[in-house]
Design a protein around this ligand. Sequence first.
Ligand SMILES: O=C(O)C1=N[C@H](C(=O)O)C[C@H](O)C1
Length: 292
Amino acid sequence: MLRGIHVPLVTPFDASGAVAVDAIEKLARQVLDQGAAGLVALGTTGEVAALDPAERARVIEVCARVCAERQALLTVGVTGNDTRSTARALAELPEGVHAALVTVPYFLRPGERGVDAHFEALAERSPVPLVIYHIPYRTGQAVSAATLRELGAHPKIAGIKYAAGGVTQETVELLAELPEGFEVVCGDDAFISPMLALGAVGGILASAHLETAAFVELAGAWQAGDVGRARALGHRLARLSAALFAEPNPTVLKGVLHARGLIPTPDVRLPLLPASPEAVSQARLVAVHPGE
Ligand SMILES: O=C(O)C1=N[C@H](C(=O)O)C[C@H](O)C1
């Protein structure tokens, strides 16, 4: 279900500060045309926390329309650190959403048993399969490979977006032995190549707004065992990701997309501040423009 490259779309704003729905649609079509397997709406990259409920609904609507046309997977980010409200948000997901990306409860640090109980409760009630978003350096909650594997045995838990900030002993342990039907996708752009080499089936990568086809090729090369091609591509794309993440995501990415004429402004909502011109120029230098 999660195999391939999924693009967590930015939410572009127009000069009045409103969500630029047309630009979302254009980006969505472009990345799917270049081989992305799916879209993620309302991720961190989409500045979900800064969108009001009507804006969130509009973003889902446009992504669902494009995904339905292209038969692509639509995953929607659902964040919360309270089980009841997260379950309500899942129950309210509209038609056309295929999976929900649910963050490990952040800030509260409920312990691994609490994380386990949280996801078991959500999985029982969710209308769509869940993808656990494991990002301990942001949530403040460690989750061991053993607990993740236990959760992965639940039939409604389809996989994990793994963003542990690197490849560690836990990463290797998790990927060595996965429950049937439970897939790992990489959520740390800079580590996509090593994660694929270890057995991840794909990635949810903001960097794949740019050079989508090259990220798709990278995943294909590791899956086909073309190590030489995969290594070369992986190193090149890691440099792109490093440039895009030199300042808080998605500020640099939005700067580059704007410079390419793909979104009407590079604007982000507070507390994010626009990227520096130097960071945007550097990322533009590293990214290969389609057709170049
Ligand atoms: O929104 C996402 O999904 C992602 N967000 C991460 C972040 O902002 O740190 C990066 C990753 O590419 C996907």
